[in-house]
Design a protein around this ligand. Structure first.
Ligand code: SF4
Length: 294
């Protein structure tokens, strides 16, 4: 494994307008992500300073992010208050709890800045890392916060295979439970819906059962995005590590497949009392600078 390249940088802005569905602002305390998921769309769009480096091998740390956020909120204060603040999402091109958050605590400090400012809009933090449970004290200070975990499978072997350096899914489930017990509203992001692994009623029902057991009240679903750049990186990996899966992944890139999966999901969700994010299964078919990582 390549030693990650960590660079401390000074950010000019961290409170940026979002083009993502369901959020008005995004905060990225880091650029790059050491979790290195094989399906990551940010792998293509968040690398303007690292065109030749392997995704998962670098992280830019915006060491002044909390101070910049404080200044930006102060400048925007009147506008935010007249527009009911708007919803904030952590993060669109990184995981806000990548391992080095334990050292830098930038996400924690940004959350503290929002709490001190009296931010009244919704704040949504999405991660794959149980490290977020260390910030339950700060999360509780926010007026309207939800924490989401990406859960693409219940099988640790599958999560290790495709979300190569991210914490195992069993740890995420435990963290969801812990947050729920602490009174924090939680959601799960089931995206991408993994071809071969997450495409039949039994697996999807089992996943929903588990999520409900740990107190999740809202679930987002997203079809896999197999646009050319994501596909090139993912398929190169599959070719090397599991060529027998390529056919199933190829087959998932059709409207027919998506329609069938949609109906399995709607049926599985029925009668559970779970809210579905955006009320539909999301599908981003092309790369966009504004597209959501999730
Ligand atoms: S999908 Fe999220 S956690 Fe995975 S590499 Fe991309 S930004 Fe990081």
């Amino acid at each position: 494994m390549i030693k990650p390249k960590i660079t401390e940088i000074q950010a000019k802005s961290v409170f940026t307008k979002s083009g993502l569905p369901g959020s008005d602002w995004v905060i990225n305390p880091y650029n790059g992500c050491l979790f290195g998921c094989m399906y990551c769309y940010a792998a293509q769009i968040a690398r303007w300073k690292h065109p030749d480096e392997q995704w998962g091998s670098y992280l830019d740390v915006k060491v002044n992010a909390p101070q910049v956020l404080k200044q930006e909120l102060s400048k925007l204060s009147r506008k935010l208050k007249t527009k009911n603040f708007g919803s904030v999402f952590f993060s669109s091109v990184t995981d806000p709890y990548v391992g080095l958050e334990a050292k830098y605590k930038l996400t924690r400090k940004c959350l503290q800045v929002l709490a001190d400012f009296g931010y009244e809009g919704s704040v949504s933090v999405q991660t794959k890392s149980p490290l977020i449970t260390q910030d339950i004290d700060i999360l509780k200070k926010l007026k309207n916060v939800t924490v989401g975990f990406t859960v693409t499978t219940l099988d640790d072997k599958v999560s290790r295979f495709l979300e190569v350096m991210a914490p195992r899914v069993s740890q995420r489930i435990e963290a969801l439970n812990q947050l729920h017990q602490a009174g924090i509203a939680t959601y799960a992001f089931v995206g991408p819906l993994l071809p071969h692994f997450m495409n039949n009623p039994q697996t999807i029902n089992k996943l929903l059962d588990k999520l409900q057991m740990v107190g999740v009240k809202e679930v987002w679903f997203e079809h896999i995005n197999l646009s050319s750049k994501i596909k090139a990186r993912l398929f190169e990996y599959l070719q090397k590590e599991a060529p027998h899966l390529i056919n199933d992944f190829e087959k998932a890139d059709t409207q027919e497949y998506r329609d069938k999966l949609d109906s399995i999901i709607y049926k599985a969700m029925k009668g559970r009392g779970l809210k579905m994010g955006l009320g539909k299964v999301i599908y981003h078919h092309s790369l966009s600078k504004k597209a959501r990582k999730r």
